[in-house]
Design a protein around this ligand. Structure first.
Ligand code: FAD
Ligand code: MG
Length: 308
């Protein structure tokens, strides 16, 4: 069988897209490797109607609702390669036979490259975070440490002053210019230049000089990149964002490769469950339109300069 759409990545963005398509009675295969970006967190915040809910529960409920539609197929597997072209793609998975479709949606999410500080990775999503809107409120306006990672750490430190008493732990990861220093001090940020030895206990930072700084929670600006090399291998253009690298799409969620669309964290910044769902819902409708009016794909090719 040839599906209308194969969605690669069955989390918030991929499922939101799939929902639009199966409600249009289109055949959709969602293939998901089960590694949601927020799997380290026990509570998800900021998604209207689901504030404070376990992110796994949000995903499980969504999947249960999708599975009541007869044109949905679901595979727990990892896509390793995609070949072919618009109207006849072939998708190879790690686990077995290949699958065919007319369109491809990349909703694979991103991976976070964390700064290499001892004790940080183990606390990612429990006492070390990146998004203040997601996890800032719960710190109860206590002391917040920013683990220096990149020039974005300055912006993060200034912003977090609305959530607590902020210390920027530079840790040799960025240069703080005199202008940045006065802006930070103007917002009441303490700047700590000494090196970090490790993170300990809940969110204590032990400095190389032996001091132990207590915090209610820690934040760090991660660098993100598409989860896996699929998009690149398929010839999709990537682009830089302030947060890392993403797949380039146009206003209709199309990549430059005809018939290949992308949505969610891997295709837009900033990143959140709400924005991933919105991006997926939009991409799902755009995919549907491309099936009804295939000529619209040619416009995308021209815009991206993929064909003469
Ligand atoms: P993801 O949820 O990352 O899902 C991508 C899916 O694609 C995964 O299931 C993955 O396994 C699958 N996949 C990837 N490659 C393949 C492949 N080759 N084959 C098959 N499947 C594949 N946002 C909020 O709004 N509120 C919060 O409280 C919040 N907390 C967070 C806490 C942490 C620690 C982190 C890191 C992020 C948090 N976020 C939060 C952000 C949120 O997780 C993302 O914005 C959201 O998950 C993006 O959804 P997505 O569908 O684009 O990608
Ligand atoms: Mg998804």
């Amino acid at each position: 069988m040839r599906y209308d759409v194969i969605v690669i990545g069955g989390s918030y963005a991929g499922m939101a897209a799939g929902l639009q398509l199966i409600r249009a009675r289109r055949s959709v295969l969602i293939i998901d490797a089960g590694e949601r970006r927020n799997r380290y967190a026990s509570h998800s915040h900021g998604f209207l109607g689901q504030d404070g809910v376990d992110p796994a529960e949000i995903a499980t409920n969504a999947r249960r609702q999708l599975e009541t539609y007869p044109t949905l197929s679901w595979l727990n597997d990892r896509v390793e390669a995609v070949s072919g072209e618009v109207d006849d793609f072939t998708v190879m998975t790690a686990g077995g036979p290949s699958h065919r479709s007319r369109r491809i949606l990349l909703a694979v999410g991103v991976v976070d490259h964390l700064p290499s500080v001892t004790g940080l990775a183990e606390r990612w999503g429990t006492s070390v975070f990146h998004c203040p809107y997601c996890h800032g409120y719960e710190l109860g306006q206590g002391r917040v440490g920013i683990i220096g990672a990149s020039p974005l750490s300055i912006h993060q430190a200034e912003l977090l002053t609305d959530w607590g008493e902020v210390t920027l732990l530079v840790n040799g990861a960025l240069a703080v210019s005199p202008d940045a220093r006065s802006a930070l001090e103007g917002r009441g940020v303490t700047i700590e230049e000494a090196r970090i030895d490790r993170i300990d206990a809940h969110a204590d930072v032990v400095m190389a000089d032996g001091r132990r700084l207590h915090f209610a929670g820690l934040f760090t600006a991660t660098r993100t990149a598409p989860a896996g090399a699929l998009a690149e291998a398929m010839g999709c253009a990537l682009e830089e964002t302030p947060m890392g690298v993403q797949i380039r799409t146009d206003a209709e969620s199309k990549t430059g490769v005809p018939g290949v669309f992308a949505c969610g964290d891997v295709a837009r910044v900033p990143h959140s469950v709400s924005l991933a769902v919105a991006s997926g819902a939009w991409a799902g409708a755009q995919l549907h339109r491309s099936l009804v009016w295939p000529e619209s794909l040619r416009r995308a090719e021209r815009r991206h300069g993929a064909t003469p």
